[in-house]
Design a protein around this ligand. Structure first.
Ligand code: IVH
Length: 674
């Protein structure tokens, strides 16, 4: 009897929490206090603990998964996620309207209704609901296949795990795909970057990158803390659903509890649509999220169908992009920045100025030809803008503001960091001194960074200190850092020092592709690194690859091939790689889950004993985990396999007693490749 009461109460609480989630996260109109809400969640958690059998997969307590993923599988889109044509000109919007009328045989005097929406600057996603339950979600990817980021999307509180029409009047379609934009509000973005700065970690350049990065984290528990939000903007694949207009689609989505942008509106012709776009050009900083333009969509779905698609984009939609915001400021000085491959870039230091919502005090000048072409001088007043909203750039100089005191900046002959003579390579200046400290700092920062070896806690500020104190000369030195060395540094407690040593140790077992990327080879980013790791399988194999062999790979051109060969020919590089190997860094490709779980390993528990020849303990563990298995420390009746290397010790005897399957290195390898 109590069980029945508890079951009812669990269902009631789940539904109540869903209702209040919608009121709070979607409608911005909470009906209860945070305290009252927390009490409901606590009660539900308590009852679900007592009765795990009643936990529904869509329960509000199931948003955050327990375990990190090892990779994202890909999902094919039922309907391709195309991009949209865009324009910066009002005249082209009128041409878009005329073209539609021509194609649809509509007279020029007749009006076409448009829905005008804000163009949210985030990441496009597709959300699939089956019988009202959120079952999977993916990124746009290449438009045909995207990454399956369901676990991360479930942590977004605005995405209902179960669709529930508020008035209960409509039936839920059996299959229903909603498309929209995941974004990070500006305030959340600023807070995240402040936290990153405190920890000395690299910051995100803009809210879009922060949203994309957070959606692609392998650990949904971290994504859950990132305050991601959604605006749904269209219905994709659907079964059993008749809709006539795009506006109806939006209303429909909203009824089911997904957030739709409140500023979307219907305009009766193109002129009114243009007017609304211009209104928002002025208001673009008003919302707490980034918009980079407006989207204009034909309202009638019948007309949309008639217009169809080009290979790239639908013919019934266009985006009107806002001109980048610009500001005027003064160049106080020009400094030189040395990149990780020795490229020397001039940077303008500006009188701080507000630009597109942030204070800007630096702008890249790209190279010395650019300085000459734009005739940029120290002391000049300049127009700055954010190119692609990331790094501000100088658009042009306001010559009329010159008073004669401006100074021409001369191309340096020596490296500003190590004084080595620099070389001109095309438009770039480069320092070729492999021991240049500025290059070392850059390289180490890159090596430890998120896209490379991902060493938590080894941020830019700490790397500066470590290089200046002579504790790091190159990235291989990271692997001999000791707690005693670290504790002496500013703002470094015992706990942080030991965490860092642990993170460094852990990074030794990263996959080969990360290591190749981390080496900082010119023109080799994370994608090329993956291609190389996949083909060569080990760093040794890659290091002896010839120019021809590299060029024969799909996606590797002569320039990249040349960079790779030059990199590995350098004695300096060879020395560093030897050190990495000697210090225990993995230089081979580890098997991954890419082809799906290995049924012989997935769900099985392993214990490892003794020394293996080809794998360190950590690497063997990583391989097993990647293939879906578990590694435990002690033998029990539940152990499925014991992997016994050399000098196995008592675990082997115990495994024999319990009749547990015993693998040697060879049979283990056969199992993982089966
Ligand atoms: S409609 C086929 N509506 O802009 C049309 N897109 O530059 C599908 N975006 O990939 C897109 N706000 O990620 C649409 N209100 C909006 C949007 C929007 C942002 C993004 C979307 C798309 C990109 C195209």
């Amino acid at each position: 009897m109590t069980q029945l009461i508890n079951k009812k109460r669990i269902e009631q609480l789940q539904s109540l929490i869903r209702y209040h989630d919608r009121k709070y996260y979607v409608e911005n109109n909470p009906e209860i206090t945070d305290y009252e809400y927390d009490q409901l969640v606590k009660e539900l958690e308590h009852l679900e603990k007592l009765h795990p059998e009643f936990i529904a997969p869509d329960s509000p307590t199931r948003r955050v998964g327990e375990k990190p993923l090892t990779h994202f599988p890909t999902l094919e889109h039922k309907i391709p996620m195309l991009s949209i044509d865009n324009t910066y000109s009002e005249e082209e919007l009128r041409e878009f309207d005329r073209r539609i009328k021509r194609m649809a045989g509509i007279g020029n005097q007749q009006d076409i209704e448009y829905v005008v929406e804000l163009k949210i600057d985030g990441v496009a996603v597709s959300l699939f609901y089956e019988n009202g339950l959120f079952v999977k979600g993916a990124t746009r990817g290449d438009g045909f296949r995207g990454d399956d980021v369901t676990a991360n999307l479930k942590t977004v509180r605005q995405i209902p795990l179960k669709l529930e029409p508020l008035d209960g009047e409509r039936e839920i379609p059996p299959v229903f795909e909603i498309r929209g934009e995941i974004y990070m509000p500006n305030k959340a973005f600023q807070k995240l970057n402040e936290e990153k700065e405190e920890k000395g970690e690299p910051q995100f350049a803009n809210p879009r990158n922060a949203a994309a990065g957070s959606l692609k984290l392998l650990d949904p528990r971290i994504t859950a803390q990132r305050n991601l939000c959604l605006f749904a903007y269209s219905v994709g694949y659907r079964e059993g659903l008749e809709l006539m207009t795009h506006m109806q689609c939006l209303e429909y989505i909203q009824r089911f509890g997904l957030p739709v942008n409140p500023y979307n509106c219907l305009r009766k012709n193109i002129e009114e649509a243009i007017q609304y776009c211009n209104e928002w050009d002025m208001r673009r900083r008003e919302p707490d999220y980034m918009i980079d333009g407006m989207v204009i969509k034909v309202n009638s779905l019948t007309l949309q169908d008639r217009l169809g698609y080009t290979s790239k984009a639908p013919r019934w939609v266009i985006s009107y992009k806002f001109q980048p915001e610009q500001s005027v400021t003064k160049i106080e000085k020009i400094t030189l920045q040395v990149g990780k491959t020795g490229t020397i870039t001039p940077v303008a230091r500006l009188i701080p100025v507000l630009l597109a919502g942030t204070t800007v005090c630096r702008a890249t000048l790209h190279n010395f030809d650019e300085i000459r072409r734009k005739d940029i001088r120290i002391g000049d007043y300049v127009i700055v803008q954010k190119a692609g909203e990331i790094i501000p750039q100088v658009v042009h100089v306001l010559r009329e503001k010159r008073n004669g005191s401006e100074e021409v900046f001369h191309e340096p002959v020596n490296c500003p960091a190590c004084n080595n003579t620099v070389n001109r390579e095309g438009v770039y200046l480069r320092c070729h001194n492999p021991s240049c400290s500025a290059q070392a700092k850059r390289l180490i920062k890159f090596f430890a960074g998120r896209d490379a070896m991902d060493i938590e806690g080894l941020g830019p500020a700490l790397i500066e200190q470590l290089v200046d104190k002579g504790l790091l000369n190159d990235y291989a030195d990271i692997y001999i850092l000791k707690e005693e060395d670290l504790i002496q540094l500013e703002r470094m407690g015992k706990k942080s020092a030991s965490n860092l040593v642990y993170a460094v140790e852990e990074s030794k077992h990263r996959d080969l592709s990360r290591l190749i990327c981390a080496l900082g080879i010119q023109n080799v980013g994370s994608h090329t690194a993956e291609v190389l790791a996949e083909h060569f399988g080990s760093l040794d194999q890659l290091a002896c690859a010839t120019q021809n062999e590299l060029e024969s790979l799909y996606e590797i051109g002569p320039v990249v091939a040349k960079s790779i060969v030059t990199f590995f020919q350098s004695k300096h590089t060879q020395g560093i790689i030897e050190k990495l190997k000697a210090r225990g860094v993995n230089t081979r490709k580890l098997p991954t889950l890419r082809e799906g779980k290995n049924p012989k390993i997935s769900g099985k528990s392993f214990v490892i004993t003794g020394t293996l020849q080809k794998y360190s303990r950590k690497e063997a563990e990583e391989v097993i985990k990647n293939l879906g298995g578990r590694v435990l420390s002690g033998i029990s009746k539940k152990t499925d396999y014991l992997i016994a290397g050399e000098d196995p010790g008592s675990k082997l005897d115990r495994a024999k007693e319990l009749h547990i399957s015993i693998l040697n290195e060879e049979t283990f390898e056969a199992l993982i490749s089966s």
